[in-house]
Write a protein that binds this ligand. Sequence first.
Ligand SMILES: *Cc1c(COP(=O)(O)O)cnc(C)c1O
Length: 383
Amino acid sequence: MVEWAERLKKLPAYLFAELDEKKAKKIAEGVDVIDMGVGDPDLPTPTPIVEAMKKAVEKPEHHRYPTYNGMKAFREAVARWYKRRFNVELDPEKEVVALIGSKEGIAHLPFAFVEEKDVVLVPDPGYPVYHSATVLAGGQPYHVPLREELGFLPDLESVSKDVLERTKILFINYPNNPTAGMATKEAFSKIVELAKEYNFIVAHDAAYSEIYYEEPPISILEIPGAKDVAIEFHSLSKTFNMTGWRIGMAVGNPEILKGLLKVKTNIDSGVFQAVQEAAIFALDNEPELDRIRATYKRRIDIFVEGLRKAGIDVKPPKATFYIWFKVPKGYTSMEFANLALDKAGVLLTPGIGFGVYGEGYARAALCMPDERVEEAANRIASL
Ligand SMILES: *Cc1c(COP(=O)(O)O)cnc(C)c1O
């Protein structure tokens, strides 16, 4: 067979192969497996957004290649939403780019800015794309620990001056997947200062900004001067149960966005305009968003109560639909995930899958009906 390129060989091994195999085996044995592994909303996209899509898909002008950076009307809708939600001004011409889901933009960013010797700081535990995109682009990922005692904010003081001097991009993600950690203005301000001092890009992934249950999470662009160094990724995926539709956006520093767009122009051809039209409707009207939040909140309360009954101490997250909890003493995260699947038929993601600093934890994604969440909690409690 033709050999893989070095860059592909360098990507981390797929840690969940063993769990996936075991899950398939359990299902084949007739076990009713509850899969809490995937963070993919089970609820349908709100009907009014689907209706907007139906109308849009019939328009022949949407059947042609879209513009690379997104329709003007979409970029304007993003700017309106940013103003209303964060009180941040964006120029829809230069400071907004449509993405085929935020993952696409995140994965392409390092290709625009990272050379072989360059470092990209990635949160650990973290969404795996920051690391793999860096490797594919030929850069060097450096894992910054997110420690519980620091509120899962990046421990940048642990990063040496030498590493900071070679840093091109810092990826951060709040509300955080997998820890559900929240950012603060102070933390964001410090990060912006550091980025200016060492001249690197701050790429903030805000995919969960609307899935909150207390104070609305902040945008990094609310920090004065942030736009000099930062871009922010957003997505309609989690907010409106639109993971399959593939639409998101990058906003912020126009020079950084120009680099990202140049990469994109050479690789993809933009977002289906009918999807953009439906997204405009979604951003302007936010249909069913309160109900979506209430649904996750209910599931969180059910699951947290269940885990507590099992003697597992866990705080309800302030945002996201993930429960990040310490596995019982005596187990590694992988051992506990294996036990939960074997003995309880519940699939959890072991923390180690998100990086070495995720060891000792497991993540449960609450993307299933209340009864299933309750059943999963009961089964874990009886372990
Ligand atoms: C789900 C997720 C995304 C990607 O969402 P898209 O569907 O590509 O917009 C990005 N970042 C994090 C942290 C996620 O969990």
